[in-house]
Design a protein around this ligand. Structure first.
Ligand SMILES: Nc1ncnc2c1ncn2[C@@H]1O[C@H](COP(=O)(O)OP(=O)(O)OP(=O)(O)O)[C@@H](O)[C@H]1O
Length: 260
């Protein structure tokens, strides 16, 4: 097994007589955070499901460290890949800790209950996601932001090599957004491959190594933050005027938008 991260090539998937993902390539080396950007309806969620292996492409391949995710067994895939879906709902009347323990299922015998090591992994994941204080709460009673942290914790408990997230910060306050992106950076530092859909371009500029910009199911630009998050690329895609400022302390791009 080579640790070359995620390599998706020529992905295609359509529905309702329309191609929603049309010849998309995504490369994400281990140890990097890749931002998946694009306007509403550009295909980010559809692409993440193809990358996660939960939806089979009509054409193209998804390889993680050289292994084709769509021919791997569901169990092998579940050990390797975690997907945090947008607004994932959990209607089960279970506690937060039990919900996070569900992330350990790919790592244990189906018939056995959680082991002490699974519980430790779940508690560590809750801690990393900043959700330890919620562990005994019933999931159905949580706020949107609290749920988002718990979904992240469940994915962390899964200990994936590829972590895919669909707008993981959309319910979070500014501090929690930064904390979540710090968690993703730490995972990348531990050689996890992280791909996250984001709407907030300044957050992408702050936390991503690479970005992939989608429009109409196609990649319109891919590369470093400095190459892609520029007015010439963004303005035609979003239909707004974009000004790129510099963060006074980090030097990273800060994007400001006005109607064009
Ligand atoms: N099963 C489906 N059948 C028909 N159309 C679909 C289906 N799934 C998604 N679409 C459409 O495909 C397009 C891409 O949807 P997708 O959810 O991937 O976009 P997105 O970039 O994640 O959008 P958003 O930023 O709004 O979350 C949208 O126009 C959506 O309505």
């Amino acid at each position: 097994m080579t640790a070359d991260g995620l390599r998706a090539e020529r992905l295609r998937w359509g529905a309702g007589g329309r191609l929603l993902v049309d010849g998309v390539d995504v490369t994400a080396p281990p140890g990097t955070v890749t931002g998946l950007l694009g306007p509403n309806g550009s295909g980010k969620t559809t692409l993440l499901r193809l990358l996660a292996g939960v939806r089979r492409p009509e054409d193209g391949t998804v390889r993680l460290d050289g292994t084709d995710l769509h021919t791997a067994s569901p169990r092998a895939r579940a050990r390797a890949v975690a997907l945090v879906e947008q607004d994932a709902t959990t209607d089960l009347p279970i506690t937060v800790l039990d919900a996070v323990l569900l992330g350990r299922i790919p790592h244990r015998s189906l018939l056995a209950g959680p082991r002490a090591s699974d519980r430790t992994a779940a508690l560590d994941a809750l801690d990393a996601a900043g959700a330890s204080a919620l562990r005994d709460r019933e999931v159905t009673t949580l706020s949107g932001g609290e749920r988002q942290r718990v979904h992240l914790a469940r994915a962390l408990a899964q200990e994936p090599r590829l972590l895919l997230l669909d707008e993981p910060t959309n319910h979070l306050d500014v501090r929690a957004q930064l904390e979540t992106m710090t968690v993703l950076r730490k995972l990348a530092a531990d050689s996890v491959t992280v791909v996250t859909a984001l709407h907030e371009l300044t957050m992408a500029a702050h936390a991503c190594d690479h970005v992939v910009l989608l429009a109409g199911g196609r990649v319109v630009a891919a590369g470093t933050v400095e190459d892609v998050l520029v007015p010439e690329v963004l303005e035609p895609v979003y239909g707004v005027r974009v000004d790129v400022l510099r963060h006074p302390r980090t030097g990273r791009p800060v994007l400001a938008y006005t109607e064009s």
